[in-house]
Design a protein around this ligand. Structure first.
Ligand SMILES: Nc1ncnc2c1ncn2[C@@H]1O[C@H](COP(=O)(O)OP(=O)(O)O)[C@@H](O)[C@H]1O
Ligand SMILES: O=c1ccn([C@@H]2O[C@H](COP(=O)(O)OP(=O)(O)O)[C@@H](O)[C@H]2O)c(=O)[nH]1
Length: 238
């Protein structure tokens, strides 16, 4: 049997992807399908940490936040990621995966705080760690949290599971003539202002020499193919 290409990965799951075809919130069937994908990879013995987004519940820059103080709106966005993390960990438990949620903002009755050595210990024990509350700071995104936590746990790669199947020459939702890259360098992605991830996340990964793979969350089996090192999505490299 061929071995996975990575021993430890950081998976970024978009909050919006949890909505499925709903307008907002958490779609049960969608979350269960994602967890099944995660279980498949965990069974391969790959150590898996997850950063979950919050865009399905609240986004600091959304119209609903208009007129609000940006930092306050961002804290609401971070709290939304905590709700998603709890839902995700619960769904994982149902699927037989042992998961631990760690939050960058302390809400001690609800989740344990993020403590790096503890997170590393959980990973070594084969538990899936779900990082909640992003970086814990306003003006950042959960993509940047993925770059940060990925660096902290010495993940070999950040896997960004999103609605598109890779990085395109332009936003494929707006420009149907956009074409997909097989791979692209961080410098090119940043200089071309490709919006699939924010520049802060790209720059942090570039500086830490932490590659990113962007792939589709809706394509069945894509996560496993990525972890097995098969041709899937777009690699963003140094
Ligand atoms: N050059 C590009 N290549 C791919 N996707 C892009 C690009 N520019 C913008 N996008 C958009 O970025 C989205 C993914 O980024 P983001 O909004 O951060 O989603 P997520 O909720 O997954 O974090 C895609 O759904 C796509 O519509
Ligand atoms: O470190 C962080 C991470 C997230 N957020 C806020 O939380 C929201 C939800 O996160 P994100 O948009 O990254 O989620 P996703 O796009 O993955 O659903 C963001 O819009 C921000 O308002 C933040 O302020 N700091």
């Amino acid at each position: 049997m061929t071995k996975p290409a990575y021993k430890r990965v950081l998976l970024k799951l978009s909050g919006e992807a949890l909505m499925g075809d709903d307008a907002f919130g958490i779609n049960r069937a969608t979350i269960d399908r994602m967890v099944a994908d995660v279980a498949e990879v965990a069974e391969l013995g790959v150590e898996l940490a997850v950063v979950i987004g919050g865009g399905n519940i609240f986004r600091g820059v959304a119209p609903g936040a208009q007129g609000m103080d940006r930092a306050t709106a961002d804290y609401m966005g971070m709290l939304a990621t905590v709700m998603n993390a709890l839902a995700l960990a619960d769904a994982m438990r149902h699927a037989g995966i042992t998961a631990r949620v760690m939050s960058a903002i302390s809400i001690e009755q609800v989740v344990e705080p993020y403590v790096r050595p503890k997170a590393l210990q959980y990973l070594e024990e084969g538990k899936v760690v779900v990082f909640a509350a992003g970086t814990g700071n306003p003006f950042f995104t959960t993509d940047t949290a993925a770059a940060l936590r990925g660096s902290e746990i010495s993940a070999e790669i950040v896997l960004k599971a999103t609605k598109v199947d890779g990085v395109y020459t332009a936003d494929p939702k707006k420009d149907p003539s956009a074409t997909r890259y097989d791979k692209i360098s961080f410098d090119e992605a940043i200089s071309k202002h490709l919006q699939v991830m924010d520049a802060t996340a790209f720059a942090l990964c570039r500086d830490q020499k932490l590659p990113i793979k962007v792939f589709s969350i809706v394509k069945p089996g894509a996560l496993k193919r990525v972890v097995m090192g098969e041709d899937e999505g777009t690699l963003v490299h140094v």
